[in-house]
Design a protein around this ligand. Sequence first.
Ligand SMILES: [Zn+2]
Length: 142
Amino acid sequence: MRFSIPRYWRERHSHYRLYAKKCPKCGRVNYPPSNICRYCGSTELEDYYLDSEKAKIISWTIIYPAPEGFEEQRPRIIALLETLETKTHIIAPLADILPEEVKEGLIVEPVLRRIKEDREAGLIHYAIAYRPVIGSIGTNKQ
Ligand SMILES: [Zn+2]
C-alpha cells in the first residue's frame, strides 16, 4: 500500500506508542484497543499505553531477508511478548540484539527506533521496538 500522510497522522498514536484501552472494571488491557472490553463487556475503558511497561519474550521468529524498505535492520526479529504488569500479549520487533542472544523469558524494554526511510516522500518512519534491559545479556549494545 502506498504511504499516505493523512493516514499516518490519524494512526500516529499506534505508530509511536502502543496504544491500548484498559478496563477499570476487570483490570484487563484490550489490545488492539477496543471500545468494549472483550473480557467483561464494560464500555468504560481508559486510554492505556503498553509501552509504559517492560515485557518478557515468549517466542520469536527471525526473518531473512528483510522486506523491501527495511534493509537497514537485517535480519529482523519479531517477538511475541508479555508485558510484566498487565500480562498483555503484543507482537513487536526486537532491537539491539543478535539472533543467538534471544531467549525465552528475557526482559525487554520499549524504545523508539527508526524503521524505514521513504526517500521519495522524504520521510523517516519510527516505531516501537523492544531491546534487552541493560545488563540482561552480556553483549548488550546501547
Ligand atoms: Zn473488562
